[in-house]
Write a protein that binds this ligand. Structure first.
Ligand code: MG
Length: 386
């Protein structure tokens, strides 16, 4: 199957910046609609799309995995950079695999398939109002004007993991696929979208027309569309999609995103990772320190029974305990009593008082043992016997 791709994006008439991003790198296509403050939305959608592209080129996992990775990268950035805290993005991606299209989707951007003049919605909006409609709380008509219609129930980059919708669609020659952000669907009805997709043969012209219509209807949001035309063409256009079009009325339209600054800096990424690892290590060490300070046990130090703070173990050569009180009670004598045989392994206590109580018990038990007949200790405070 041959793919002819086109894309168009516009800031609209109300917003100050365009927080949408898109990707048309055959055979991978996507739209993303960022949110979360002035900078955040732009960073989130761009980062998501870039990560998707990079993961695909590295051949890492399948499409849903790649979206999951985009989620992780956006989330991490939002945690590390206060200026973009809380950002997130929608992401609707289509990967063309022969005569099938794999879809991965999060949020309220959409994918439509035009076949035989009819559009079919391939994705489900992850919005509060969509949930309310499916649960019968409000009607579809009410949803379209609902004040909270843009509230998402799922987005890329707002949590450590995201639930990704995953679907595969069989494609026929003549099919047309549309990926679009809600800037289009909130302004232009499905009937009109269908009309444009059906009546405008050139994909680039169709893309421009849809964006223009969103603006003519008010242009309240950024609008981004990607149009993919599928044709049965033996000369499968692999290298850059620049194969000659045979018979079709449309010129091949190799589309690239505008040359926005999207250089990747591996060293910067490394630094970010190093920063995360150091931060995690510090958190872990502080946590461990606080934990160890609450732990007490009775064990053996220099041959004597002793009270320790911490836990009776060591990690990578670091002892996780220290002696607080060393007694004069012989550990050997204590360990000769069945109950204290494994004193060397440590007897844990609730707190310092508990540890002291254990020590006193050992002292009494060892002293009693000293009073038994086999003892070679003659002196005894309260000797028994006549
Ligand atoms: Mg939007």
């Amino acid at each position: 199957m041959r793919v002819t791709a086109a894309a168009a994006t516009d800031v609209g008439l109300v917003r100050e910046g365009n927080e949408d991003s898109y990707l048309t790198e055959e055979p991978l296509y996507a739209v993303a609609d960022g949110m979360g403050g002035h900078r955040g939305g732009e960073v989130a959608s761009q980062l998501a799309v870039e990560t998707l592209e990079r993961m695909f080129k590295e051949g890492a996992g399948d499409l849903p995995d790649q979206v999951q990775e985009a989620n992780r990268v956006v989330f991490e950035r939002s945690v590390l950079d206060r200026k973009v805290a809380g950002m997130g993005t929608t992401l609707t991606a289509a990967l063309v695999e022969g005569d099938r299209v794999r879809l991965a989707h999060v949020g309220d951007s959409r994918a439509y398939l035009l076949r035989d003049g009819k559009v079919r919605l391939l994705t489900e909006d992850h919005t509060l109002v969509h949930r309310m409609v499916t649960e019968g709380e409000i009607s579809q008509e009410e949803a379209e004007t609902h004040p909270q219609r843009s509230v998402l129930t799922r987005a890329v980059g707002v949590d450590t993991v995201v639930d990704v919708d995953d679907d595969t669609v069989q494609i026929l020659p003549g099919d047309r696929l549309l990926l679009c952000t809600d800037g289009l669907t909130s302004m232009v009805s499905e009937e009109v979208i269908e009309e444009v997709l059906r009546d405008v043969p050139d994909p680039q012209e169709a893309a421009h027309r849809l964006v223009r219509m969103a603006n003519e209807a008010g242009g309240v949001d950024n609008t981004t569309v990607v149009v993919l035309d599928f044709s049965n063409d033996g000369a499968t256009a692999r290298p850059n999609g620049e194969a000659t079009s045979l018979g079709a009325g449309t010129a091949p339209a190799p589309t690239r995103r505008p040359a926005r600054s999207r250089r990747r800096l591996p060293t910067r990424k490394l630094l970010v990772w190093a920063g995360i690892i150091v931060a995690l290590a510090v958190v872990a060490l502080v946590g461990l320190r606080l934990y160890l300070d609450t732990q007490w046990y009775v064990g053996v130090s220099d041959g004597n029974v002793a009270i320790f703070r911490g836990i009776p173990t060591e990690v990578a050569g670091f002892e996780l305990h220290h002696v607080v009180v060393e007694t004069t009670i012989s550990a050997e004598k204590a360990e000769s009593l069945p109950f204290y045989q494994d004193l060397g392994d440590g007897k844990t206590a609730e707190d310092r008082e508990g540890a002291s109580a254990i020590v006193e018990q050992i002292r009494r038990d060892v002293e009693q043992m000293g009073q038994l007949p086999q003892s070679n200790q003659p002196s005894s405070t309260n000797a028994s016997g006549p």
